[in-house]
Design a protein around this ligand. Structure first.
Ligand code: FAD
Length: 427
């Protein structure tokens, strides 16, 4: 099968089949169980923000595009609107936060290790940090349009969203927000004389940072398209339909014959994106181990804590798969400028998600770009502990943790699905 990849993942020192083994047998099963837990399955999102770039394309009319948002009754105790972070919950915070307010729970999921004195300073610093280091334009947590969505009952799958609207979104992402090769390079000149330029041709002559940017977007795109081909309405044995893998749909999207030779490279980009997000999670592991994963149910929260700890230990067995310290090096001013461009391009992509014309696709698009933005924030905000005070150097909101793990879960699922597809094509 063309989807059997070989050799090393580009820009990483790691073989594709190592990722396959490690993901499919060690990480994926744990992740699936974890993401079913209340802390991770309820995602707060605003699906009603206006598209900032062009007039609304209109909503997708297909029923599979609709999203069912939660009523307060369907939410765990800790997420109900009237919840005031009960006494019970404060005790579960190992006494670290005696007067935690609802706002603090929402704003600082990783701040439980802070001393009382630095809490106020940290809160204002945190807001500053959110603006300074964030790679995503976040929804306003306090907007009345925010709603909780249960990700398990709104799964990412084929919705029928196609045509001009998604084409415009992907075009805008690749053509206006991904980097182009540096015009000073010889490769760029060669590119100008090439007819039939492919997306990956742009990678030649590009610096590592710009390649990383393109590969991450392409990896996300590949993952979305794998899911829609693998969760497709197909005929069942009784004359009805069921959700399952549509091999033809998968082939038309990734076979080199139908993709100008690019499909396998897009799949490789999926592995790359997986390794970047894996690295971000292992980097933040010491803070995650102190997190309480508050949902208002002590027993369930503790269970998640244990599951996270086991998952992180498994992840740490994997040798550093992606080395972010090679990025934004060289001349300091140039490196800073490039980092700022990288950040602003990515922020733009997170805003483009409000232009997706199918609510279900928008939900998963927003969640996955936010997860990716969180990974970038973790990788490029320096040390996780302040080297002078020893305090955490930045914090993550609950929504960032939820999106990071769910985004990584999607990539992990895509890699597992590729194995199933390979097995199907062998039969
Ligand atoms: P598209 O996937 O729209 O791709 C457009 C062009 O981009 C292709 O012609 C190709 O040249 C290039 N391209 C394709 N893949 C890659 C890649 N991996 N890397 C680099 N370049 C590539 N549909 C659903 O059914 N369910 C969903 O959940 C869903 N979520 C979506 C989320 C977002 C954010 C967007 C923008 C779209 C989503 N869609 C979803 C739509 C889906 O991604 C396709 O756009 C749609 O099925 C039409 O596919 P297409 O064949 O026209 O090619």
């Amino acid at each position: 099968c063309f989807c059997q990849l070989y050799g090393e993942v580009d820009d990483c020192s790691c073989k594709v089949d190592t990722v396959d083994y490690f993901n499919n047998y060690k990480i994926h099963p744990r992740l699936v169980e974890l993401l079913e837990k209340n802390f991770f399955r309820f995602y707060k999102v605003n699906l009603h923000r206006e598209c900032p770039f062009w007039p609304d394309d209109g909503q997708c009319a297909f029923k599979d595009c609709s999203v069912h948002s939660c009523t307060p009754d369907e939410l765990p105790k800790g997420f109900k609107p009237e919840n005031k972070y009960s006494e019970e919950a404060q005790q579960s915070d190992s006494g670290a936060c005696e007067s935690k307010t609802n706002e603090e729970i929402q704003l600082g999921a990783l701040d439980t290790s802070l001393s009382e004195e630095s809490k106020e300073a940290f809160k204002s610093w945190k807001r500053h940090d959110d603006d300074q280091f964030s790679f995503c334009e976040m929804d306003d947590e306090f907007s009345t349009q925010m709603e909780y969505v249960d990700l398990l009952i709104n799964p990412e799958r084929y919705t029928g969203y196609k045509g001009a609207s998604p084409r415009r979104v992907w075009n805008s992402i690749y053509n206006e927000n991904c980097f182009k090769p540096d015009p000073d390079t010889r490769e760029y000149e060669a590119l100008l004389t090439t007819s039939n330029v492919k997306g990956s041709d742009y990678l030649t002559g590009m610096c590592l940072e710009k390649r990383v940017f393109y590969r991450m977007i392409s990896g996300l795109h590949a993952s979305i398209n794998i899911h829609l081909a693998a969760k497709y309405l197909i005929p069942d044995a009784w004359g009805g339909t069921k959700w399952g893998i549509n091999i033809n749909e998968f082939q038309s999207r990734f076979d080199p014959k139908s993709t100008n030779g690019e499909g396998p490279q897009w799949l490789r980009n999926l592995y790359f994106t997986y390794l970047v997000e894996l690295r971000a999670i292992t980097k933040i592991a010491p803070l995650l181990e102190k997190e309480n994963f508050y949902t208002g149910d002590k027993g369930a929260d503790f269970e998640v804590k244990v599951m996270i700890s086991e998952l992180l230990s498994t992840m740490k067995e994997f040798p550093t798969p992606f080395n972010e310290s090679k990025m934004f090096q060289g001349d300091k001013n140039q490196a800073l400028q490039l980092k700022e461009e990288f950040r602003s391009h990515f922020r733009n992509i997170s805003r483009i998600m409000d232009c997706v014309g199918c609510d279900k696709c928008k939900l998963w698009g927003k969640l996955q770009t936010q997860g990716m933005g969180t990974a970038l924030k973790i990788l490029f905000s320096g040390n996780i502990y302040d080297t002078v005070t020893g305090e955490p150097a930045f914090s993550l909101r609950r929504t960032e943790i939820v999106s990071l793990f769910n985004a990584f879960g999607r990539l992990s699922n895509s890699i597992k699905l590729l194995e199933e597809i390979r097995n199907m094509t062998k039969r």
